[in-house]
Design a binder for this molecule. Sequence first.
Ligand SMILES: Cc1cc2nc3c(=O)[nH]c(=O)nc-3n(C[C@H](O)[C@H](O)[C@H](O)COP(=O)(O)OP(=O)(O)OC[C@H]3O[C@@H](n4cnc5c(N)ncnc54)[C@H](O)[C@@H]3O)c2cc1C
Ligand SMILES: NC(=O)c1ccc[n+]([C@@H]2O[C@H](COP(=O)([O-])OP(=O)(O)OC[C@H]3O[C@@H](n4cnc5c(N)ncnc54)[C@H](O)[C@@H]3O)[C@@H](O)[C@H]2O)c1
Length: 473
Amino acid sequence: MTLNCDVAIIGAGTAGMAAYRAARAHTERVLLIEAAHYGTTCARVGCMPSKLLIAAADAAQAVREAHRFGVQAEAPRIDGRAVMARVRSERDRFVGFVLDTVHGWPEATRLLGRARFVGARTLDVDGRRIEARAVVVATGSRPRIPPGWRERLGARLIVNDDVFEWQDLPASLAVVGAGVIGLELALALHRLGVRVRLFARGSRVGPLTDPELQALGQQLFGEALPLTLHAAALEPVLDGDQVVLGGERFDALLCTTGREPNLDGLGLEALGLPRDDLGHPRLSRHTGQWGDSPVFVAGDATQDRPLLHEAADAGRIAGDNAARWPRVHQRPRRAPLAVVFSDPQIAIAGASHAELTAAGASFDTGRVSFADQGRSRVMLANRGALHVYAERGTGRLLGAEMIGPAAEHIGHLLAWSVQRGDTVQQMLDSPFYHPVVEEGLRTALRQLHSDLHLPEPPLENCMDCDTSAEVGG
Ligand SMILES: Cc1cc2nc3c(=O)[nH]c(=O)nc-3n(C[C@H](O)[C@H](O)[C@H](O)COP(=O)(O)OP(=O)(O)OC[C@H]3O[C@@H](n4cnc5c(N)ncnc54)[C@H](O)[C@@H]3O)c2cc1C
Ligand SMILES: NC(=O)c1ccc[n+]([C@@H]2O[C@H](COP(=O)([O-])OP(=O)(O)OC[C@H]3O[C@@H](n4cnc5c(N)ncnc54)[C@H](O)[C@@H]3O)[C@@H](O)[C@H]2O)c1
């Protein structure tokens, strides 16, 4: 039997659900195809459960650090079963909201099964044939596992999905790959009393590209948890029921060595769609369209900024354009923003240092250290630094990188300024409360203002406290 529709969407994750809504604004004849589970990666095994685990770790750390304020508390006793019970039950609640949404959509517009292309507009879903005017591929990504590790380590090799099914915390864990997922989970589990070691392939830890900030991150995370750099040559082996890596024994190895797009196994090769030199699909991020074909791609499947809000935006654009095909519309995209929920947190807003350098941009850098920043010291969170980058000549903010307190919030301010095209002067003209961490941003902006040789901003001084450290950076 052949099902006919206007838009077929492969994958009911964040991007696929956004595509479904956007396409349904044009036509009832939309089909959402899901191979595994409804509920999205973000809610089931990604953003939400990882932040729940981090919240528990933060609670434990606050107890450990209380004595630094003169508040005496016993060392925290971590009840691993209770920690994981809360993570799972809150996770299930978030997943439940997604399921309610999907189950509220007409049954005739949903199909469970694994889709593959048999033509540019024809799909096979477990033996059923779908003919569509246009197709959105929103198949997400999966953990990348180095060749041979699964065979060698069996069930002792785990990925993020497994962590959020734990009934209890393990005694020990090797975390391999010091990118975003590795850093967030290793630090949280370390603070929850698991004997963790984070293994980085080279010297890089986390996504910071500014060499000074990357070096600071290596130092701060090296102080925060057991960290082995330059581990590329290390090969994990199984000894009995333990994983041995770098001479240390662990209950399991959590593989966080990156993610790869679920574009294989879809029969896409036979369609001959255009690819770049690296074999990646030649896509427009403003339309979602692959070449000039009726195939659109959105979310982690594109490998372009694999983040929740980007997946939602890209899904919306792809679903809307798939329904309009062949008259597709170009849509604007937001300023880049990425946050890592480590401690200290990391934020990259607008263009990164590496992107500016690669593009040959003419820019100056304003710097602030949080070591002596007033409010950060008050909270004993005075670790880290912020670098803001602005264009020479115009003073327009281009981007920023930060490791430090409240980076998740300051990152938003910076991304919004980048998107609006604010100049350093316009940012300095904005209100800054006292005493707040954002005053550190003002210090960096003032230095940048001076380096860019822009006219002096109005003098602002606090007579009630010593802000000399902030004025001086
Ligand atoms: C541990 C972790 C933490 C994260 N934390 C954050 C965070 O804090 N903030 C943030 O912004 N981002 C975070 N992310 C990233 C974020 O989760 C992803 O960017 C986002 O979920 C991608 O959504 P998606 O729709 O592209 O993919 P998904 O939600 O994975 O959806 C893809 C769907 O396609 C289905 N599918 C695949 N192949 C087929 C097929 N052939 N036929 C039918 N269906 C198919 C899959 O089963 C899946 O349901 C995190 C990710 C991880 C792993
Ligand atoms: N807070 C957030 O927003 C958040 C949280 C988690 C994930 N994410 C998203 O998920 C994406 C994927 O995260 P990720 O951590 O899987 O990827 P990643 O690219 O951030 O990190 C992978 C790391 O593994 C290292 N690596 C690769 N092979 C290795 C090997 N054989 N041995 C040791 N190290 C090795 C890489 O050098 C890199 O540092 C992120 O880019 C991000 O967009 C976002």
